[in-house]
Design a binder for this molecule. Sequence first.
Ligand code: CP
Ligand code: NVA
Length: 297
Amino acid sequence: MRHLLDMDDLTSQELATVLDLAEHREVPALLAGQGVGLLFEKPSARTRNSMEIAVVQLGGHPVSIRGEEVGLGVRESVDDLTRTLAAYHRVLGARVFDHATVEAMAAVDAVPVINLLSDRAHPLQTLADLLTMRQRFKQLAGLTVAWVGDGNNVCNSLIIGAAMSRMHVRVATPPGFEPSSLAIEKARDAGGRVFLTNDPAEATGVADAVCTDVWSSMGQESEAEARRSAFDGYTVDETLMDKANPGAIFLHCLPAHRGEEVAAEVIDGPSSLVWQQAANRLHAARGLLLFLLGAHS
Ligand code: CP
Ligand code: NVA
């Protein structure tokens, strides 16, 4: 039974295979007559829609479920709900506040479980980000990816996935907002070099791709004001992009806050691939489902 809770649930070779599968345009109906249950404790536009359409493209039927509808861990235990949903669905996905919830679902080991975003990781986003970079630069190995802003869930998964793809990683955060030590350790275990700094220009200089995300993630709304002060000077603007390599691209998982983590001139400018990146969420989701359903073997 394979699950995807974070990038290191794949080997480097398997990660490359998922990216290859994402670009297959002939799609077998591996989910014909079967359901995929998608549980959301938090809002979602891209993840829910891309996963649902990926399931439809594979001939299956997606059922999206709101956390409060099933009372995950309240109305019944995570274990009991997972066992129940696994009786109806070939695959389960969950977007959760606490990463331990997706770990508990995977531990039931009844069907593959996909992390649709947790406080710790967002592996589906990393798949789309790597796919977008690979489409632009043809290969990932040797590229430099820079992250500027909050060392959050999206950053954690990206640095692991980039290291697994033999990319160089440079991360600029304010002190105290670094990516998790677990993610840094996993990236280094994958053989990657992860350079940490508090200076955005030091991260983006020599970068082929510059990535950022909101300063306050879902669940951190009460910290928004304090975070806006802490992240002052970490906006990805044209001055910062100009320090990157010629032809460098800008990526953002979205939703974005123009004027905070990114200037409008960058996200709406010529270096931005955010719409291709958002579209790639669908292809990445389909590639991952194909992999988990055994299409590669
Ligand atoms: N990037 C991303 O995961 O978007 P949603 O939160 O809208 O799903
Ligand atoms: N870091 C953000 C990503 C949203 C896709 C969050 O967790 O809210």
